[in-house]
Every structure is written in C-alpha cells, then in structure tokens.
Design a protein around this ligand. Structure first.
Ligand SMILES: [Zn+2]
Length: 516
C-alpha cells in the first residue's frame, strides 16, 4: 500500500554544512568485519557520517564505500527524506518511490529500473545485504544513484567525512517550483480531516481481548504489524489524527496491558502492549471501525525451576538416521516478526508466514506418510535467519532443501505458480541438480493446482544458494490476487499445492544418492 507523500527535492543548503561543521564528525578508517555475499570480509574503508535534513543520523550500519561509491541503509536514509521504501523479500527487490519518480533495484544486480526504464548502476556498486558480525542485516544501496534519480542531490564532504542529503525547504531554495504570488488565492482541494474518535475494549474469552477503534470518517486503509522486545501490536491509520481520545488505556487483562495512541503528520498509531501473544487479527467491523482481536497464550502456573546439573557442551545431536536415508529439509518462508507478504480477504489480513507454514506442514505429512524423513527449519511462528535455514540443511546432510513462499505484486491480477533455484547452486550434486528439482516440483504443482505456469526461474535467494544440496524455492501463488489468496486459505487448495511439492520432491529423490 502506498501513501501520498511529501514533495521531495534538492537542497544542499548552507545551514546543513554549517551545522555539520559544528558537529564533531570524525572520518576514520575503521576496521569492521562485515558479512555479505555469503562470506565475511574485513572492511578498512573510510567511515562517513550521514547528515540528512540537518540531522546527524546514527544508522545501524554506517555507509560502506566500494569503488569510491557509498552504500547506505536504504530504509533509514530514504524514509528520512520522505520517500517510500519497499523491500520484497522473495525477489530481493528494493523499490524507492518519491512523489514523481521511482527506482527499482535488486540485491547483487547491476540492472536497475528508473521509472520503469532499464539502466545500469554505475561502477558496478550494486545493492547488498550487509551485516556486522552478529548484527542486523541491512539492505544497502548506492546513495548517489538513488538520490539523483529521485530528484535529490548528495554532497560528499570528504574533509569532514560526511554524506549530506537534504529534502527540506526545497520549494524555498531551488526555485524550480511555480512561483506563488501572495495576493492570489491558491487553490487547494478540500481535505476532509478524519479523526480517531473512540477507543474501547472487551474481554472476549479466557485469552482474548478485542480492542476497537473508531474514526470520524470511513477508514480507507490501515496497516498492522507485530514488534518484539517488548511485544506489541501496531496498527497505523494513515491521515488520521487523534481527537478527544485518551492516549493511554490501561487494560491488564489476559496479557494485554495497555493500548497507547499517538499521531503525527501522516498517521495515527495504535499500539497494543501484550505479553505472550499467540496471534492477532484486524477486522474492519464497520466502515469507520477496526477491531483488533488479540489472543494470548495461557501462562502456565509457576513451577519450581528445574535443577540443572550440567550444562550441555554441545547442541543435542540429531537422532541418527539409518544409512541411506534421504533427509528432506522443508523451509516455511518468513515467520515471527517477519510476516512476509500481506494479502487481504474481506478486510482481514492474510499473512504469507501463516500460509507457508500451513502448506509446509501438509508437505511434511504427505512425505512422512510415504516413509520419508523430514526436518523443518521452523515448526512454529519463529524466524530462523536466512543463514540458519540452509546451514541446518547442510549440517543435517540433507538430500534436498525446499523453501515454500507466497508471491505478491502490486497488480492484483498477477497470478500463478513459479519455482526458483539459484544458478550458483546448480551443480550435479548427489546425481541431480537444483534445476531438475525445481522443474519436478513445478510440474507436479501445476498438475494438481491448475494454476498459471510462471515457469522455473533463477534467483540468488539467500536460502537456496547457500545449500550444499539441490535446493528450490516454490512460490505457490499470489497473496495479492483476490482469487488466489482465497484459494490458498482453503484446506483443499493447500493440500493440492502440498501434494504437488511433495511429489516433485519424491520424483527427484529417486535420482539422488547421498554419501552417509
Ligand atoms: Zn516469501
């Protein structure tokens, strides 16, 4: 979902430089260990500060310089100047939108699209997923390339070691807008301001609390997500302001401690503080009303802590497999704080992470009933990292690895099934290739599902490329397509998809011989 944005423009203004001078910024050649492209790298380059709109930012990862070009964390920088940033996990695509232009890039890809026109990124300094060892992975993008293509200018102050971007005061400074003559009335379309006017809750069961918010006008859009540490549910209502509602409602029922409300220029935000969240759903219960149903886990009665006599020194070993057993590792995409793509059905959000786990569980059951051994990267609402998932398959000496995802597109008519493999992991491993695995899975899925054939495709997905065994990533259908999202929530269609995936795996396993 996109929201209307502020105008973005250029201004490298004197005050930015002045302010910057008054800040103590040190350029230092700092040594950092970074993880990217599947390996660790020592970084000894310059460390630049980032000054955006006269503010010194402290991004989780500072700009990284390759070939004299800086990669910066996309979200932290471009949201700060009012752009919209989307990252599509499955295709590793980054979209940065300003008011009148957009840039689309892909991780480790030199090809970019500016307003839909294909172009190459200069000096081959391509977007990368980079993390400091043990730190959060950031999506890093070439700062000048994006800035200039969405109409911003960037200043590198190499003496002070800063990258300066500014979007404020654009109209005053650049003069590129139509001049506004003070005496003449400026037409502005009437804006109907909508307010958040009501908040209430009721305890709907042992472990269920319904929180209801009301607005003065129809609610046209909202977004919701879950945050951890501390656990909370956030619902954002674009273009709403608070009006006469309390900003803090204590609840203290069933693990839901409070609801907090706030607003800024762009939206009202509802935050529900909760512990032991099991799940939640947001439903538009009336044109001007949303109900957030919060279900928590029962907290078990306190029991004495178990007495630990010895700390295990190693991970518990996996149950030994009989010689010749071909292990299948199944990977349900996303999970935990990463919902994956979000679809809507009758105003209810449908999360990719939920569908992937349901379908993956069905694949597991089919395979186990057929006598195969299956291991899962997740069995609940958890979020193993994109490194942990293939690492598990490698450590368990799996025969195949299959990741299950749901697609999403802005065009709601996009539909169909596709299966990916990574070209970098397509050797003849154990007697077959990832491409053959992908083809077998897609063929059997189409046979059962009757969906549009989008083909076998290649992509350097983080999970498949790191596997030592044949690996494929299936995109079952589009969560953004009204018909497919409905289908994918039904038992019948999920079972068809699962049967196809399972048979594709079983056909491939016939060719596989793995050393024990
Ligand atoms: Zn996905």
């Amino acid at each position: 979902m996109m929201c209307k944005m502020r105008k973005i423009g250029i201004s490298i203004i004197a005050t930015a430089v002045f302010l910057f001078c008054s800040l103590t910024l040190a350029t230092a050649a700092e040594s950092m260990i970074l993880e990217y492209d599947g390996g660790t790298h020592e970084y000894n380059g310059e460390v630049y500060s980032l000054v955006v709109n006269n503010q010194l930012l402290d991004p989780p990862l500072s700009p990284i310089i390759f070939n004299d070009r800086a990669l910066v964390p996309v979200r932290e920088i471009f949201e700060e100047v009012g752009a919209t940033v989307n990252y599509i996990n499955d295709t590793q695509t980054i979209e940065v939108y300003s008011d009148d232009s957009y840039v689309e890039l892909k991780i480790n890809d030199n090809i970019a699209y500016i307003n839909g026109d294909k172009t190459n990124i200069p000096d081959n300094v391509v977007p990368k997923l980079i993390s400091k060892v043990g730190g959060e992975t950031k999506t890093m993008v070439p700062v000048r390339f994006i800035s200039e293509n969405i109409g911003l200018d960037v200043e590198f102050d190499s003496n002070g070691g800063a990258i300066i971007i500014d979007s404020e005061d654009y109209e005053n400074i650049t003069g590129s807008e139509e001049p506004v003559i003070d005496d003449e009335p400026v037409y502005e379309p009437p804006v109907v301001q909508s307010y958040l006017t009501g908040i209430s809750y009721d305890v709907a069961g042992d472990n269920k609390v319904n929180v209801t918010v009301q607005a003065s006008e129809e609610i046209n859009s909202y977004s919701d997500f879950e945050l951890k540490a501390p656990e909370r549910i956030v619902v954002d209502l674009p273009a709403l302001k608070l009006n006469g509602v309390p900003e803090n409602v204590a609840i203290n029922e069933c693990g839901v401690s409070a609801v907090r409300l706030g607003d800024n220029d762009e939206r009202a935000r509802v935050v529900i503080d909760v512990t032991n969240l099991r799940n939640y759903s947001v439903t538009q219960t009336a044109p001007n009303e949303l109900t957030i149903e919060v279900t928590t886990r029962k907290i078990p009665a306190a029991t004495p802590a178990p007495i630990v006599t010895a700390k295990p020194t190693a991970k518990p070993s996996k149950p030994a497999r009989p010689a010749g057993t071909k292990l299948i590792v199944l990977d349900a995409g996303h999970g935990g704080s990463d919902s994956g793509a979000v679809g809507y059905m009758g105003g209810n959000a449908v999360l990719e992470k939920t569908l992937t786990l349901q379908i993956t569980n069905r694949v597991k059951t089919i395979l186990e009933n057929a006598g195969y051994t299956v291991s899962m990267t997740r069995t609940g609402d958890t979020l193993p990292s994109l490194v942990e998932r293939p690492t598990q398959a490698n450590e368990e000496n799996a025969a195949v690895f299959v990741s299950i995802h749901i697609n999403s597109a802005e065009a709601t008519d996009a539909n169909g099934t596709e299966v990916f493999y990574a070209e970098s992991n397509n050797g003849d491993t154990y007697g077959t290739t990832s491409e053959k695995l992908a083809k077998n899975i897609l063929n059997r899925m189409l046979y059962y599902m009757n969906s549009t054939n989008r083909g076998v495709k290649t992509a350097e997905h983080a999970v498949t490329k790191r596997c030592n065994m044949p690996a494929a990533l299936a995109e079952v259908g589009f969560i953004s397509n009204p018909e497919e999202v409905y289908n994918m929530t039904t038992d019948e269609y999920q079972q068809k998809a699962a049967q196809g995936i399972a048979e594709g795996i079983m056909i491939t396993l016939r060719d596989i011989e793995i050393p024990n």
